[in-house]
Design a protein around this ligand. Sequence first.
Ligand code: NAD
Ligand code: DAU
Length: 341
Amino acid sequence: MAVFVTGGAGFIGSQFIRDWVARYPEQTLINFDKLTYAGNPDNLIEVADHPSYSFIQGDICDADSLRAAIPEQCDAIVHFAAESHVDRSIHSASEFVRTNVLGTQVLLDVARERKTRRFLHISTDEVGGSMADDEYYREDSPYAPSSPYAASKAAAEHLARAAHHTFGFDVVLTRTSNNYGPFQFPEKLLPLAISNALEDRPIPVYGDGLQVRDWVHVADNCKALALVLEGGNSGETYHIGGRLPLPNRDVLRLLLSVLGKPETLLTQVTDRLGHDRRYAVDCTKIERELGWTPEIAFEDGLKRTIQWYQDNSAWVNRAKSGEYRNYYQHQYGGDIHEPVP
Ligand code: NAD
Ligand code: DAU
């Protein structure tokens, strides 16, 4: 069995790889990653020397590199590689279109050429856009992406589904809600808030902070991905979520109380443009068909995550010392989220 993973040096992909290698130590696993600012080899130290694991630095938009890297009759491709941060897409969308849309098509083409047996396409609940208060996003609900990131992920889904419909390629798709856990790059809300709180620095709260997100632990998500890869029906989409949509302010208050830090650290800043108000996914299908259910309760998972960031300050400092620290200043000449007086 040979599994080819794209974007495996990122947050979710690295968790998938660590789990897969531990579970199937005899299987060949190839990690193909461009190592953008979000790709961090430190995430894979645990498996780096494992005999069945190998790493190839490459870009999914480069067909020749993919041809050289994907084994003939590869058993499975698990496609995580993407530009993943909504704020970055608002300020510059072209890299999102290049990697998420063009890159997905190039990968699909080469995957078929190499006679890959199954293709797992990783997508997001954001392709459905904002949900009303009592609404849950189902697999058959309409597409309504709001941000350039979500639009590029929706386009990628269409291409993956088209490969299944047109060529009979064995594609399965997943849409996950907000993941949290160890090794998440500190530009996303929870790692940013934890690392700022640990340094007694203000935590930026976009707008009124009442936007709702549905948090799922990355380890639970990766269990679901493995189930879909191994048992999902061809051409089908499966939703994965934590079944607990929560307002950002409540999550941040809980985080501060776990750390024993004051709520005065919460600092309202200008809102994200076009900010989706509420995400909430309906996970009934994966629960019913594949028997998956999230096992890690949010409060427990959050405590474990906070502990991980406390224990791994070297990882956080290395992740933050790169391009990230000066990103907004370099690109746009200022902080995009100004404090609200
Ligand atoms: P991430 O930003 O942490 O990692 C992305 C990885 O892709 C990095 O290792 C990066 O180097 C690599 N990459 C980027 N461009 C590439 C290219 N052109 N060629 C090869 N590699 C490239 O992302 P993540 O949070 O781990 O998300 C992984 C996937 O899951 C993405 O497709 C994302 O859209 C999706 N997703 C994420 C979440 C979440 O909460 N983080 C939720 C739902 C879906
Ligand atoms: O829903 C799945 C999506 O979740 C994934 O597809 C994306 O790849 C992933 O980045 C995530 O998108 P979000 O925009 O929801 O995540 P983010 O961590 O950027 O923001 C979470 C919420 O917190 C959102 O409502 C914006 C808000 N926020 C974010 C940051 C970084 C703040 O209030 N302050 C912040 O500093």
